[in-house]
Structure formats: C-alpha cells, structure tokens
Design a protein around this ligand. Structure first.
Ligand SMILES: NC(=O)C1=CN([C@@H]2O[C@H](COP(=O)(O)OP(=O)(O)OC[C@H]3O[C@@H](n4cnc5c(N)ncnc54)[C@H](O)[C@@H]3O)[C@@H](O)[C@H]2O)C=CC1
Ligand SMILES: O=C(O)[C@@H]1CCC=N1
Length: 268
C-alpha cells in the first residue's frame, strides 16, 4: 500500500481521502491529512486517518504528496516543505487550480516529479472525472498517479495546457449539473410534486440520462431524438429552454469558469 499525504484537508482533500479508503487504494492509517486547525480533523482521526498540522513532518516518508489547498495558500506551503522533500522517491500531485508544473517546480526544485490532477467531489464515492497532466513525470510515475485516481473514478491524461479547461468542464462542472438537477426539481414542485419526491425524480432522471450515454456511447442528440415525439411535449419544453438560452448559458458559464481557473495563483 502507498503512503499518501494530503496537504489541505478541506472539501476536495477530504473527498479524496474518503474515496481512497472506500476503494481500498489505501488504509486510513496510510493517509496523512494536514490542516492548520487540527481540531477540525477530529472526526477523521477517530476514523483512523493520521492527522497533523505540521506539513513538513507530514510529507516525510510519503510516496505521494497531494496539495489540496487554495491557490492563494500554495506558495507559502511549497516554500515550507521544499527543504524536506525527497526528490528521487516522492511524487507531488497538485490539484490546485491554475498552478502549472513549472510553478510547482519553481518552488520544489526542477528535478521534483510533479503531476497536476483535476478531480471533482464525486471522488468521495469513486465517481470522479479526473484529468491529469505533467511536463516531466516518468511513465511509471504518471501510471502510479493514474492508478490512484482510477481507483476513485475515470481518468483522462491530457496536455497541461488544457488543465484549466478540464477544471471548468469537470471540477466546476459537477456544480453545474447539480444546479440543473435542482432547477428540474423546482420545476417539478411547480407542477405538483412535493419537494422530496421532485428531487428524487430529478436525480434518478439525470442519472438515467448520464448512464444512457455511458453505457451506449450514444450522442446526446441521438437519445434526445428518441424522446421528442412530433408535435409532442418534450420538444415544446426543450425549445422553450433553448429560446431562454439554456445551451448558451451553459457554454458561457463553462468559458467564464475556464478563464477564471487559469488566474487564481498568480492573482494571489
Ligand atoms: N472543491 C472542489 O470541488 C475542487 C477543488 N479543487 C482545488 O482544490 C483546492 C482546495 O479546494 P477546496 O477543497 O474547495 O478548498 P477548502 O478551502 O475547502 O480546503 C482547503 C483546505 O486547506 C487548508 N489549509 C490552508 N492552508 C493550509 C496550510 N498551510 N497547511 C495545511 N492546510 C492548509 C484549509 O484549512 C482548508 O481546510 C483548490 O486549489 C481548488 O482549486 C480542485 C478540484 C475540485
Ligand atoms: O471553484 C473553484 O475554484 C474550485 C476549482 C474547481 C472546483 N472548485
């Protein structure tokens, strides 16, 4: 089993830790979680995770170190751990948006093995879509990190210059789809369902739509064509949504998120 240290145990860091244990990629005891306020990790400690507020000690002995802190918090932490890292044995994975491999190596050293990864919060249940990229990692190191993220979802290896696009489409994207489900359930309440039933119906319908594409490799429009009976109620609703900018709003939102994702580290 690999020893994994996660620097920054907030939303995505904890989701990753939970997912890795659930998938049996690692035992809780082999995962060290750090956070400035140790009290906030009491529950994780009781579940067997090793917890610490000392990043320097926490990186020592780890096979894989994952940086899961905000872009604005990263530089200070890189400078803190750089003197104690083992460049030949350790892999440094950054899931911090907008931080390049070059940025990471500028603080950790040019010979450090750095890999960027962009998962989403469904990683907690083994359903992440994770994109990974590196400019210097060996095939073995890349494979090791790919295996880790494959244990908690799907992985696509991409060119580093597409990482901010991956952030918008996949990491932010989960929020976009969640909002769409919420909107569907609100529509359901207006047409007669109690909120809990409307949400359950919207969630299962969204899951069915995603699974249809996953299982059949079909194109969404092909599946939509099967639903839209001539002169029917589906095409009427769908066109009304489009007249109100549904696809356009989604596309514009993803573009804005991608623009924003690139600038968070250097903006400070
Ligand atoms: N939330 C998400 O869905 C995703 C987030 N990301 C990226 O992951 C990073 C973290 O995002 P979130 O988890 O949402 O933020 P968050 O604010 O929930 O978590 C960051 C954690 O880092 C801790 N922290 C701050 N300074 C620290 C230090 N010096 N030492 C140890 N811990 C420290 C904070 O206490 C906090 O718990 C960001 O860079 C974000 O771009 C990437 C993919 C998905
Ligand atoms: O909103 C954010 O900035 C982070 C990056 C991707 C998901 N959450």
């Amino acid at each position: 089993m690999k020893k994994v240290t996660i620097i920054g145990s907030g939303n995505i860091g904890l989701s990753l830790a939970k997912g890795l244990v659930k998938s049996e990629f690692a035992h809780a005891a082999d995962i060290t979680l750090t956070r400035r306020n140790l009290n906030a990790l009491a529950e994780e400690a009781s579940r067997g995770f090793s917890v610490s507020n000392d990043n320097k000690t926490a990186v020592q002995g780890a096979d894989i170190v994952v940086f899961a802190i905000l872009p604005q918090q990263l530089k200070k932490v890189l400078l803190e751990v750089a003197p104690v890292i083992e460049k030949t044995n350790q892999i440094f994975v950054s899931i911090v948006s907008g931080v390049s491999c070059a940025d990471l190596k500028a603080e950790l050293g040019e010979d450090a093995t750095v890999i960027r990864a962009m998962p989403n919060t469904a990683i907690a249940i083994g359903q992440s879509m994770t994109c990974i990229a590196s400019d210097n990692a060996s095939d073995d190191s890349l494979k090791e990190v790919e295996n880790m993220f494959e244990s908690v979802g799907s992985v696509v290896v991409i060119n580093e210059d597409l990482m901010t696009s991956a952030t918008a489409l996949c990491a932010c994207g989960i929020a976009f789809f969640l909002r769409a489900i919420r909107a569907a359930s609100q529509g359901g309440v207006e047409i007669g369902f109690h909120a809990h039933d409307a949400l359950k119906m919207a969630v299962q319908t969204a899951k069915g739509a995603a699974d249809l594409l996953l299982h059949t490799n079909a194109h969404p429009e092909g599946e939509i064509d099967k639903v839209t009976s001539p002169k029917g109620c589906t095409i009427a609703g769908l066109n009304e949504m489009e007249h109100n900018g549904f696809s356009s709003a989604f596309i514009k939102g993803i573009k804005l998120s991608a623009d924003k994702a690139g600038g968070l580290y250097h903006e400070g």
